[in-house]
Design a protein around this ligand. Structure first.
Ligand SMILES: [Zn+2]
Ligand SMILES: [Zn+2]
Length: 570
């Protein structure tokens, strides 16, 4: 078993233990071990085989995981994992994503009704089998039916960041295949959609069989669904599908354009082609009258053949990209390197894991010039949110270390202040007035009716001390729907009062979404992209926010934290 496969086993152990509500330290041991093994530059098997070496001495691994690695290398499986898998079937994990259902009830339902899929659960609801079960009732049954679509979406589509990790891993594996001369990912992954249903790989290779054999040798390949002469579909891990197509070099651009999509974008390109007496398909661009070939080897050529500049994949949704392309106004999309500040992060004063200093040092290492420390306010009692007194103490501590960071990093005194259920801010105005940066956000009363939620957010926007609305819709992708909020009213008010809107870069949030971002851009509302980091590693999610911002058509100029802090005005 190779390192990547061992790391996958440890990740799955962590996931299942977490599901069972095990000790967090035990869970972290597995995630740390997985990370350590993934980053090792030699094979675990080689270390184990060397009597002079001791795997347990490798940082992040330790005695227990070294022993488990040995079992994995020798036998190819881990008895503890097999036991856990039996105890917690996949469908239970899927069911637990139904809002409000929870792990315990999911286990009970699965056992009582012998469910094997979410489809079985839906059927059981329709046949009214759940309302009569002890501890469930008609209300729960209705709530399950209501939330099933979220769980179904989650079972079918993974977060973009997870797809990205998988694509990188498969990419590294395929790089060692000598017959490949060109390789690129297409599909919704390339377009940066917030969730991805499957991965599409395009390769140019002389030997089709060899390249397909190589893909089938990928460590977590679990099944070949179909294998033909130019296309192969496999499953990796439990169920995720990866398609690979082998194309000719002179068709590569046309295939890339075609398989990147979206479907709506491609329908539009075909229509434009037809109007010009041309035909576009996955093999190239052709003259309609004599079928002669016009373009196909690069995407640039394909777009040029229909009179357009190359369009960035993130924009290919048939929204306004064709208008912009035709008029030469395609946006120059923002890049991760453009961001020089991060204005939303937590420390161990509330639910973060690092100190202010640790966050500051990590921010410098990532090339940032300024950060705001924005811990929770007191309403978030389960995260030990700060009251005015503790917050002022934290600001004093920031004052004390500021000079150490002079010329390297500006540390701003901030707060993520809750918008109370009844409206109004969780902390006194005189305290908020002393902050450099105030985020306002909702963590409670998320299911209130539209008018009430909207009023609460409007109230925060109108508060002169509030700088920015954090995660404005509160959604968690695949887990929780957005609040029922009138975004038009919120954006109009934000524009009027000069309040910033956050794009929260956490891959589970990505809130605002791409359509909201495009609307904010049209209205001239500046966006702040923030990580909402709860640890030093959490600062690394900025890239996912950038991907989302690109889908919204945002440029460097549309994003406020690309500018030096000295240039900011509310
Ligand atoms: Zn928050
Ligand atoms: Zn936060």
């Amino acid at each position: 078993m190779d390192n990547a496969a061992i790391a996958d086993v440890f990740d799955e152990m962590a996931q299942l233990l977490e599901f069972r509500g095990e000790n967090p330290f035990r869970i972290r041991a597995y995630t740390n071990g997985s990370k350590a093994i993934r980053e090792l530059d030699e094979s675990v098997a080689a270390i184990l085989a060397d009597p002079e070496r001791d795997l347990s001495k490798v940082p992040g691994i330790g005695k227990t995981l070294a022993e488990k690695s040995k079992v994995l290398v020798e036998t190819g499986s881990l008895p503890q994992l097999e036991t856990l898998r039996k105890e917690i079937p996949e469908v239970v994990i899927q069911m637990a994503r139904i809002p409000g259902l929870g792990a315990k009830k999911a286990v009970k339902l699965q056992q009582e009704l012998a469910l094997e899929s979410l489809g079985d659960l839906r059927k059981a609801c329709h046949e009214d089998k759940i309302s009569s079960l002890k501890g469930f009732g008609a209300k729960t049954q209705a709530a399950i039916l209501d939330g099933l679509s979220i769980a179904e979406a989650a079972a079918a589509r993974i977060y973009w960041c997870d797809a990205d990790e998988l694509a990188a891993s498969i990419g590294r594996h395929m790089e060692s295949c000598k017959v490949i001369s060109k390789m690129q990912w297409a599909g919704s992954y390339r377009r940066g959609r917030e969730t991805v249903g499957d991965l599409d790989l395009l390769v140019v290779a002389d030997d089709h069989a060899a390249v397909m054999d190589h893909l089938e040798a990928y460590h977590s390949h679990s099944q070949t669904i179909v294998r033909g002469d130019t296309k192969i579909s496999i499953r990796v891990g439990k169920s995720f599908q990866v398609d690979m197509r082998v194309v000719e070099a002179d068709q590569f651009g046309a295939a890339l354009q075609y398989f990147t999509g979206s479907q709506a974008h491609n329908i539009h390109t075909r229509r434009l082609a037809k109007e010009q007496g041309l035909k576009i398909n996955e093999y190239g661009v052709f003259q309609l009258d004599d079928e002669s070939r016009v373009a196909g080897s690069t995407e640039q050529d394909v777009y040029a053949a229909i009179g357009l500049p190359w369009i960035a994949p993130e924009l290919r949704e048939d929204r306004r990209e064709f208008e912009a392309a035709a008029s030469g106004t395609l946006p120059e999309l923002i890049e991760t390197e453009d961001v020089i500040g991060d204005l939303h992060m937590h420390t161990n004063a509330t639910d973060g894991t690092a100190t202010i200093r640790e966050m500051a040092d990590a921010a410098i290492a990532r090339g940032l010039q300024y950060i705001a420390i924005t811990d929770h306010s007191k309403r978030v009692s389960m995260a030990m949110g700060l009251d005015e007194k503790r917050l002022r103490e934290q600001w004093k501590a920031i004052d004390e270390i500021r000079s150490e960071y002079d010329g390297r990093l500006t540390i701003l005194k901030g707060i993520e202040c809750d918008i109370l259920e009844r409206g109004g801010m969780d902390l006194a105005d005189d305290c908020l007035a002393e902050a450099d940066w105030v985020l306002a956000s909702i963590h409670y009363g998320q299911k209130q009716p539209r008018d009430q939620i909207t009023e609460r957010i409007l109230g925060a926007i109108e508060n002169p001390h509030v700088s920015c609305i954090a995660h404005p819709t509160g959604r968690l992708i695949n887990r929780r729907p957005p609040y029922d909020v009138d975004m038009d009213a919120v954006m109009t008010a934000a524009k009027k009062h000069g309040t910033f809107m956050e794009l929260n870069a956490n891959p589970a949030r990505l809130d605002l979404n791409d359509l909201h971002l495009a609307a904010a851009k049209r209205m001239g509302i500046p966006i702040v992209i923030s990580t909402d980091a709860h640890s030093i590693d959490g600062l690394g999610v900025m890239q996912y926010g950038i991907k989302q911002a690109r889908r919204g058509g945002l440029t460097k100029a549309d994003v406020a934290n690309t500018r030096p802090w000295s240039e900011w005005t509310k």
